[in-house]
Design a protein around this ligand. Structure first.
Ligand SMILES: Cc1cc2nc3c(=O)[nH]c(=O)nc-3n(C[C@H](O)[C@H](O)[C@H](O)COP(=O)(O)O)c2cc1C
Length: 179
């Protein structure tokens, strides 16, 4: 059984935010935590657009959310907020799906302009789904990361340190959480 569900909210096949999510997953697994990943590309677009509650992929996603102690969500900033397709997925969850979960938001953006989208967009969305424990999370600008030829991503030293520190706090909170 997993401890954390990592959700990738970018529609891009070569997604920066998803690469940061995968990197973060590796760091959490190194802390002895089990992480499952679900990306919005794992569900048919028409199931999202037409709110198909019978979708097997949606039902799997809902179960993965229910069974996790922590939820880590990475999204690119689109038009000053999370992606519409991530919202379409979260719209299909039960009303209080994040009740009693620890949330960790990650956003990537082209510039620092929408740094506060974590505060004015992501955190209220998590709260409406019942979350009361939301970690500070991290906003990363595209210029602070480089893609590696062998796949994956390299973050600038400062942001890598901040990510590691933040994830250590998240991992400790998950470990301290009663089953
Ligand atoms: C449709 C679209 C809208 C975007 N809107 C913004 C924006 O409002 N603010 C911003 O800082 N970056 C914006 N960006 C840039 C992306 O947030 C940024 O490049 C991000 O790291 C891409 O992540 P991804 O590769 O995971 O999709 C936008 C990019 C796209 C494709």
């Amino acid at each position: 059984m997993h401890d954390i569900l990592a959700i990738a909210g970018s529609p891009s096949v070569s997604s920066r935010s998803s690469a940061v999510l995968a990197h973060s997953t590796g760091l959490l697994e190194a802390q002895g935590l089990q992480v499952e990943t679900f990306t919005i590309r794992d569900i048919k677009p028409e199931d999202l657009v037409f709110a198909n509650f019978e979708s097997p992929e949606l039902q799997k996603f809902t179960t993965l959310v229910a069974e996790a102690k922590g939820i880590m969500i990475a999204t690119p900033v689109y038009k000053a907020t999370y992606t519409g397709i991530l919202k379409a997925l979260l719209d299909l969850l039960p009303q209080y799906a994040f009740l009693d979960k620890i949330l960790f938001p990650i956003a990537t953006g082209g510039t620092i302009t929408h740094l506060l989208s974590l505060e004015y967009a992501m955190k209220p969305l998590f709260a409406v789904l019942g979350a009361t424990h939301i970690e500070r999370g991290l906003f990363i600008v595209d210029s602070q990361m480089q893609r590696l030829d062998e796949g994956g991503i390299q973050l600038d030293g400062d942001i890598e340190t901040r990510l590691q520190d933040s994830l250590l706090g998240f991992a400790s909170a998950i470990k301290a959480k009663k089953p």
